[in-house]
Design a binder for this molecule. Structure first.
Ligand code: MV4
Length: 450
């Protein structure tokens, strides 16, 4: 096992990684920006070093400063969390070049999955069903030809994308030149890579992802699925749950088997997530995330496995020590994300100082947060303040527990998504378990002031 791990992140995930390290007897080094001086991750880690000013580009993305901090403090490994450098293949490679273990998959696998068109081709060749579409497009004329063949409506997507940036829906041939130009410009601006590919638009799908873990000895297991269909128009997830409700056993098994096949195709190591679009009859591989995800706690509750500890154990060269049949999921878990944002002003991020803060507790409730009364929310980073996770024997009991927990919660000083989460939990569509990616946008249309 490692002696010391540098945590290359902030916020709740930095606390989460620190907790896993402490329980494993591993010492921790926190890094922080000038804006995060008073953060809990700085206080809870064994050591902490400032790596730059507030802007992420100069601190949490500052590779030279982060790597030197790891080397000076004598860390053996670096955990990137999610966001920031978590899916930066070059960072993973630089860590390796400096004798630091990157807690994640191999750099080549990060790079392969980071190129969405390449990832789809590799998966398709291995027999994994992928969304019908093209390889990288040469021009807008190329796109028009492909769209004619596939049939409108289609989606233009950024090869370097994910999360909906550089994505454009095109419903007819007369829109494609314009859509191609704007998607390309957006991809260029966001990823410094304007390459696009095209897919048939899947109508009203569900967004279901499957968690996998692989060790360095060729063992790979899945840890079930998470339904992540409840997303805002900005593609920010609001509520996730496992197991997915109303999913036929046949489809569930197909998703799990397909995820395993996909992970084995690239000899995947460490924690990863395969994202699928699921329609009435079909499940299509969309992309793979080569990191721990925000919503990992719901899987941990249902499988009784600490995914962050598993990441660290695997990176330290330990074998999984269990096989698929040893994994016995039980119960139901739901996560609500509490973001500091103004739902009445179209989810604009809110900044300010937290006043009264009271988090819920009691049976079956887990709170992952870096928030406390008096914390100043800087304008530089993601707006997530807390994740409330409810675990119970059944979906109905988990929903009741989550509603109870959210009513216990007080966050004053900034507007949050608490009421919005309660609206979703109380809605008929959510209770029926019959919802897809169009659910939240249509709910917001029906009850704008709920
Ligand atoms: C799609 C799709 C329909 N058909 N691809 C959105 C984010 C990016 N990762 C992929 N996204 C989508 N890709 C095809 N071929 C619909 C979406 C999509 C979506 C996906 C998951 C969750 C919420 C979503 C909201 C709008 C669109």
């Amino acid at each position: 096992m490692f002696r010391k791990v540098l945590i290359a992140n902030r916020g709740e995930i930095a606390l989460r990684i620190n907790r896993a390290c402490q329980e494993l007897g591993v010492s921790t080094v926190a890094i922080y920006s000038e804006a995060d001086r008073n953060s809990l991750h700085v206080r809870q880690a064994n050591e902490a070093f400032c790596v730059g000013p507030g802007s992420a580009a100069h601190s949490y993305l500052n590779i030279p400063n982060i790597v030197s901090t790891a080397l000076i403090t004598g860390a053996d490994a670096v955990h990137p969390g999610y966001g920031f450098l978590a899916e930066n293949a070059r960072f993973a490679e630089i860590c390796g070049d400096h004798g630091l273990v990157f807690i994640g998959p191999r750099p080549e696998v990060i790079a392969l999955m980071g190129d969405k068109a390449n990832a789809k081709r590799v998966m398709s060749q291995a027999g994994v069903p992928t969304t019908p579409g093209t390889e990288v497009l040469e021009s807008s004329a190329d796109a028009a030809r492909a769209a004619e063949k596939i049939g409108y409506p289609v989606l233009l997507k950024a090869t370097a994308g994910g999360g909906g940036k550089g994505m454009r829906e095109v419903t007819s041939a007369d829109q494609i030149d314009r859509a191609f130009a704007t998607a390309q410009a957006e991809a260029e601006a966001n990823f410094n890579d304007g390459r696009l590919y095209l897919e048939k638009l899947i109508k009203r799908p569900r967004h279901i992802e499957v968690q996998v873990l692989g060790d360095n000895f060729g063992s790979i297991v899945h840890l079930g699925e998470r339904d992540c269909s409840i997303q805002k128009p900005s593609h920010q997830k609001l509520i996730e749950e496992t197991p997915a409700a109303n999913l036929p056993d046949r489809v569930r098994k197909m998703l799990h088997d397909t995820a395993l096949r996909a992970a084995k195709t690239v000899s995947y190591t460490n924690a990863g997530t395969l994202e699928f679009l699921v329609s009435e009859k079909q499940a299509y591989f969309m992309e793979m995330n080569t990191r721990i995800q925000v919503e990992h706690p719901v899987t941990e509750m249902v499988y009784g496995i600490d995914l962050v500890k598993e990441q660290i154990r695997i990176a330290a060269g330990e074998a999984l020590g269990y096989t698929q049949k040893d994994l016995r999921p039980g119960g139901h878990a739901i996560e609500c994300r509490l973001n500091a944002e103004d739902t009445e002003r179209n989810f604009a991020p809110a900044v300010g100082t937290l006043a009264d803060v009271v988090f819920p507790g009691g049976p079956g409730i887990r709170v992952d947060t870096h928030a406390y009364s008096g914390l100043e929310i800087p304008p530089f980073y993601d707006s997530m303040l807390a994740k409330i996770v409810a675990f119970a024997d059944t979906r109905e009991a988990a929903i009741a527990r989550m509603e109870r927990a959210l009513r216990e919660t007080v966050i004053e000083g900034v507007a949050t998504t608490i009421t919005q989460c309660l609206t979703v939990l109380g809605s008929r569509a959510f209770r029926s378990g019959n919802y897809g990616i169009d659910f939240l946008p249509s709910l917001m249309h029906e009850s704008p002031a709920a």
